[in-house]
Design a protein around this ligand. Structure first.
Ligand code: ACO
Length: 516
């Protein structure tokens, strides 16, 4: 199978939200702490009539319906979540009701769990299946769904919830760029759920872990890209004229979608990437200068040769990249990250191999990197932040909801573009990977997927709940956690038509669902 990736996607978020501005007043924190300090506008939350299963059912049913997908044509169904309701029974098995009623029980895949990373693990599994010898020509569905709730305190405003369903198959308009994916995984206790209703979280450490893993992933992705380019260029005479290998920078991408626990985190993370580009550009510039010096020495010592140094070749573009792709020159100091005013970054360490731990809390460096990345952030990152700013952290669904926001904003404009995506799950598991937008005809064309998403329309139609209602709902959810034998008390009027809801949890903890 060729061009395996995301054919279509559907996002679900509840119809109620709390305003972060009102929450600041309610929580008696200084004005701007949640809205400016975290960069959040609103937070989606749900009552006890919804849970991670009902949200996943809504997203999958809606995906099948909107794209007229025959449930019998699905051969794999994967779920990524950290909101599992049972330590044995997967959420995927609940979703089987949508396929079993059409006689399809032959569907591989179960749930993937690791904090906010599960959705990406599930996506990689599904894409690998379609690309493998095990593939039987059917499509896959990947669901990422979570409800992010924190105990009262500084983490609470970084909650949120939502579910996303993605249809995976060949000839996709969003093609996973295989070989351009880098992961960083290690043991950490930055955020975890050993017991109880709320997670245990070391907020500051989780922010540093997120940035450290991003650094590692980016360094490794650049290396992989450069290795690929070197391999592709070997045999090309002009390539060997220059001892400094072709390099990767943000100028090689058009958009970035980074896991968003809160928008300020994404802002910091993108600034970090620009800082890394700056470090790499500096070291590359030094290498180029050394290389030039060497070749000048060689020329002056070789009286027989009068040939000039061959001109730098512009880096080849990806076959599918469109007109907005940068034709960056090999001398990377001229590239955007540096041109954008990163001169102020010169005061900071220039050793790209040693990312000092202190740099994650260096306010001066952060300010300089923020200033240097401001223009590129607006152009490359902001279009994908709608769902994050309006719904909050969807945990496993966060990065994919960011992709959906980007698709809604750019539509067919993504054709020929490269999108870099970063998934981070505490504990920790992280990957930086790439999608290429492709022009295709029909219902999976990017323009028509964008039109069907309707994220902005649904956001505008939500009901704003008072902070008191939000807090009472969290208390209700906390009581319901691990409770058996109840019917939800929150009204169905809070749900849009077509939304699944929890009917009952019986005395044996068995859950039943229905669709409004
Ligand atoms: N106006 C404007 N900005 C303000 C104001 C104000 N009135 N008050 C505070 N701020 C700023 C601070 O200066 C700070 O900015 P900075 O990050 O640029 O330094 C920011 O708001 C946060 O304030 P802090 O006091 O530093 O931190 P706080 O105690 O509010 O906690 C945290 C923030 C750690 C992110 C917390 O919300 C948390 O633990 N969240 C959950 C963990 C999380 O999301 N981690 C991210 C990766 S892991 C994951 O995805 C779950």
């Amino acid at each position: 199978a060729k061009h395996v990736g995301i054919l279509a996607l559907e996002v679900y978020f509840p119809d109620i939200y709390v305003s972060q501005e009102e929450l600041e007043v309610h929580d008696k924190v200084t004005q701007g702490k949640y809205t400016v300090g975290l960069g959040q506008h609103c937070m989606a939350f749900c009552g006890d009539q919804e849970d991670v299963v009902s949200m996943s059912l809504t997203a999958v049913h809606s995906l099948l319906e909107k794209y007229d997908v025959d449930p019998k044509s699905i051969g794999r169904l994967e779920v990524g979540t950290e909101s599992a309701l049972d330590r044995s029974k997967s959420i995927k098995t609940f979703l089987m009701t949508l396929f079993a009623e059409h006689g399809n029980h032959d569907i591989e895949g179960v749930d993937s769990v690791n904090a906010c990373y599960g959705g990406t693990a599930a996506l990689f599994n599904a894409v690998n299946w379609v690309e493998s010898r095990a593939w039987d020509s059917r499509l896959a569905i990947v669901v990422a769904a979570d409800i992010a709730m924190y105990a009262a305190g500084p983490a609470r405003p970084s909650g949120g919830c939502g579910a996303i369903a993605m249809l995976i198959g060949p000839d996709a308009p969003l093609d996973l760029e295989r070989g351009l994916c880098a992961s960083h995984m290690e043991h950490a206790y930055d955020f975890y759920k050993p017991c109880g209703f709320y997670p245990l979280v070391d907020g500051k450490s989780s922010v540093a872990c997120y940035l450290m893993a991003l650094d590692r992933c980016y360094a490794s992705l650049c290396e992989k890209f450069e290795r690929q380019r070197r391999r592709a260029k070997s045999g090309n005479a002009s390539a060997s004229s220059n001892g400094v290998p072709p390099s990767f920078s943000l100028a090689d991408a058009d958009f970035c979608v980074l896991h968003s626990p809160f928008v300020k985190m994404v802002r910091k993370a993108f600034a970090r990437l620009v800082y890394q580009d700056h470090l790499r550009a500096k070291s590359r510039h030094q290498a180029l200068q050394a290389e030039r010096k060497l070749s000048l020495n060689r020329r002056s010592s070789s009286s027989s040769s009068s040939r000039s140094t061959p001109a730098q070749q512009p880096r080849p573009l990806l076959a599918e990249r469109g007109p907005r792709a940068q034709t960056a020159a090999d001398v990377l100091v001229e590239e955007e990250a540096v041109r954008a005013g990163a001169a102020s970054l010169d005061a900071y360490p220039a050793d790209p191999d040693a990312f000092p731990a202190e740099s994650y809390s260096d306010r001066g460096l952060e300010r300089a990197a923020m200033a240097a990345s401001a223009e590129a952030f607006s152009r490359m990152v902001k279009p994908g932040l709608t769902a994050a700013a309006e719904c909050g952290n969807m945990y496993a669904a966060s990065v994919h909801a960011g992709l959906a926001s980007l698709i809604e904003a750019e539509g067919a404009g993504l054709e020929g573009r490269r999108v870099l995506l970063y998934s981070y799950g505490s504990g920790l598991a992280a990957s930086l990977w790439s999608l290429i937008g492709r022009r295709i005809e029909g219902k999976f064309a990017l323009g028509s997927v964008a039109a069907k998403l309707d994220i902005s329309g649904r956001l505008a139609g939500r009901r704003r709940a008072r902070p008191e209602e939000f807090v009472a709902t969290l208390e209700l959810q906390e009581r319901r956690h691990a409770e058996a034998g109840f019917r939800p008390e929150r009204p169905l009027s809070d749900l849009r038509p077509g939304t699944y809801y929890l009917c009952e949890v019986d005395g044996l903890y068995r859950r039943t669902y229905s669709r409004k």
